[in-house]
Ligand binder design. Sequence first.
Ligand SMILES: [Zn+2]
Length: 320
Amino acid sequence: MDRGINRRSIHLRSAALAIALVAVAAPHARAQSAATFTRVAPDLYFYYTGGAANSTVLVTSEGVLIVDSQGNRQGAEALLAEIRRVTAAPIKWVVNGQDHGDHYLGNAVFKREGAVIVAEAQTAATIARNYAYELEWRGLDPARAGAHVPPDVTFRDRMTIRLGGRDVILFHVGAGQNPGDTVVLFPHARAAYPSGAFAPKSWSSTSYASSLDSWIAVLEKIKALDVDMYLSGHAHLVTDRAEIDEEIAFLRELKSTVQDAIARGLTAEQAARSLTFERYAKWRNADRRATYVRNVHYLLRTGRAIYFDYLDGRTTLKPY
Ligand SMILES: [Zn+2]
């Protein structure tokens, strides 16, 4: 059995891991930005932006593999500069862990460097067609955004990339936050990068999910992975699975509260205004709460994700 996706419950070896992380961590804070590029295993780096999407980088003698390419050309160039501080090896692979612009709009920079871009099939299909809207709602100037570079290679359930003697396992973990939610496993480092589905202490976008229950099921799968650390696509490095439970509890509360509002006859706008979720007021993206509550209201009434309905022309309501 592949230990990378072994679902037996493993207790985190937190104390030992904390010591190991202190021993290998070498953050390089940039003067102009909050981003840090931290070595979390001998050949694995976590690029933590402190606000925008993160990336993870495997550095081998044969080349480099990057998960998530940043949200614009400048962000990708900044990541590339960090990588060049530790290796001159060619950039071989870029994985787009999800179809949100902040995880793929930097693709052009790494394509220029010779990388092959890979994504799960549904993720790739959305990336192929959502470029204009992703630029629009993120307020990015098309003239400055650079070329649209969708993935070159797709996979359905699972793909293993062998690079420099390391196996990197990409697998579709189910439809959670997004139809194509992808986790990238680095079994040798006992690390996983869940690009979108797991972002602790965060109002993750509810615009793409077709079911909050299946999102919770995806989180349960992520929790059962046989790893010691989660390099989240949007948060700090996580070693305590209680942070996954916290996100599950949040999604349960979000669902039941909006469901109750619908039962009481509240419109989407009324729900968005009155359901303030004070307990989560300090979480990342809390300023998007009203939009995300409205989107859950839409989901629970229609059974469909507002983002894809908008792309398909089934609604004129903008997801953002
Ligand atoms: Zn994101």
